[in-house]
Design a protein around this ligand. Sequence first.
Ligand code: HPA
Length: 264
Amino acid sequence: MRKLELKINESLKSIKDYFDFLPKVKIGLILGSGLGEMADEIGDILSIPYEKIYGFLRPTVEGHKGNLVFGKLGNKSVCIMQGRFHYYEGNTIGDIVYPLFVMKRLGVSHLIITNAAGGINPSFKPGDLVIIEDYINFAMKNPSTNLRGIKPVIFKDTNWIESISRKFEDLKRGVYIFVTGPSYETPSEIKMFRKLGADMVGMSTVPEIITASSLGIRVLGFSCITNMAAGILEKPLSHQEVIEVSKMVKDKFKKLIKIAVMEA
Ligand code: HPA
């Protein structure tokens, strides 16, 4: 058996040992800065710390907890990664996407990912929520070591997007450009990204989209514009601003995620 499959079996065993059974899940949620408390909204809750799951890392960034939370949102069984892993924390891309292989085996068929992003499109403003219609993998990092064969990334799910847009007013759409971070961009880089066709910039999500798509999981990503990217406005960026705006739009964002779950 391949090394990866043995590792996934170990992870599943640790979850099964912790709960005394293996939960079945339809929808996976990977939530970015400030949204971890979405887990408080779900019923029939079961939670396991990442440190108890074989092969899982621990998050190090402020605003990120480290639990895998199972439960019900409406009538749908969900599993929330409360806290996520980033490349800029020093993790490998393979480590970041590893939980998706475990989710797939738990039955996940749909994945919803959220992130904080800097707005490049001048019509965006902090607090806007944007569906990721496409991405640019500017970090040039690909989780391919864990994947088999060369595949196109097909993730734009028009039906799912349209049914959410009908129920949620003022949902923007855009192209997300993935950078490694951890430093924010320079104004000149942002100018270049605009020319390349990016509407927002961030340091996550693309590895997970690539992996989910390759595993046959339907995937949808949402960005919360927490700040305008470098040089779009005069003022400098701060992680504090990112956290504050995330907090401000939290309720609106949670409503959007619930709609996305119900429409899945
Ligand atoms: N740049 C990169 N990542 C980000 C930003 C940004 O401006 N805001 C939130 N995440």
